[in-house]
Design a protein around this ligand. Structure first.
Ligand SMILES: [Zn+2]
Ligand SMILES: [Zn+2]
Length: 282
């Protein structure tokens, strides 16, 4: 296995937002890599930058270009924080770490997937859902290996290089999934704990139709935990949410959508059939 995992190939998937950037807040800049978002958070005082997640496989050059375009030639983030280690959130990571030589932080339960020790469960192409779910058998589940660049997130809940932010363990979609929350402006970076596009449907991914959904189905293995995580995030009453897939969402649309997701989670988020439903691994 190479550091990227033997099945890390370019995935020909896209959306209308691919290649587009959005300034969500003056200090937060999001960019869509094919079908997944990366996000830069800049400290208004020191101007240092943190990158959240690392895009699709083979996207390192693109991420470096976006970084330099936004923050200046040869600029680099102080650190990379991972919401989790799925292929579409760590696709550029091995090459980015080589280029930037910066620490990468993740939850301790996610470390085996980032150090070549453990594969995620196979994605479930049989899960109820649309074409993306069906095509998910081509998605890599192998671990990458960034060796000693990976650092466990501090146990006290603080997020390195992101003052005022704390990380919250939001498992279910993956064992060590975390969300990042900033109390001062109720800004939430939710990763894939919930998302604002129906990621299982190819059509909805391509047009990025806005609607709050539970985590992408093809990789989610613990629906009970996923539900609790959504409840935890809803209880924070975030004013802004940036998710791994889909567009940022604000205020009422967000609070109403989250409330509805919590209420209808068993019917709308949990698939009716699939390998990881009812906690059974068939
Ligand atoms: Zn994921
Ligand atoms: Zn994802």
């Amino acid at each position: 296995m190479n550091q990227n995992g033997a099945d890390y190939e370019y995935i020909p998937a896209t959306s209308v937002n691919s290649g587009a950037g959005t300034e969500v807040l003056p200090d937060i800049y999001c960019h869509t890599i094919q079908i997944v978002n990366i996000c830069f958070v800049q400290d208004p005082e020191t101007k240092s930058v943190v990158l959240i997640d690392a895009g699709m496989p083979k996207s390192a050059d693109k991420i470096i270009a976006v970084t330099e375009e936004r923050f200046g030639k040869n600029s680099r983030p102080k650190a990379i924080i991972l919401t989790h280690g799925h292929f579409d959130h760590v696709g550029g990571l091995v090459d980015l770490v080589k280029h930037w030589n910066v620490p990468v932080y993740a939850h301790k339960l996610e470390l085996p997937f980032l150090t070549g020790k453990k594969s995620y469960p196979e994605p479930d192409p049989s899960v109820e859902g649309g074409l993306v779910a069906k095509a998910s058998s081509m998605f890599p589940n192998e671990p990458i290996d960034i060796g000693s660049s990976i650092v466990e997130l501090p146990a006290d809940g603080s997020v390195p290089e992101m003052p005022g932010c704390k990380w919250i363990h939001t498992p279910g979609h993956s064992p060590g999934h975390v969300s990042l929350y900033r109390e001062s402006d109720r800004m939430l970076i939710a990763g894939d704990a919930f998302i604002t596009v129906k990621q299982d449907s190819l059509y909805k991914v391509m047009v990025q139709e806005r609607e709050i959904h539970g985590p992408p189905r093809y990789f989610t293995t613990d629906w009970e935990a996923a539900k609790k995580s959504v409840q935890t995030l809803e209880a924070l009453k975030p004013a802004i949410a940036i998710t791994g897939h889909g567009e940022p969402m604000y205020e009422e649309e967000l609070s109403e959508g989250l409330k509805k997701l919590v209420k209808t989670f068993d019917q709308t988020a949990v698939p009716d059939f699939g390998r990881y439903v009812d906690g059974e691994q068939k």
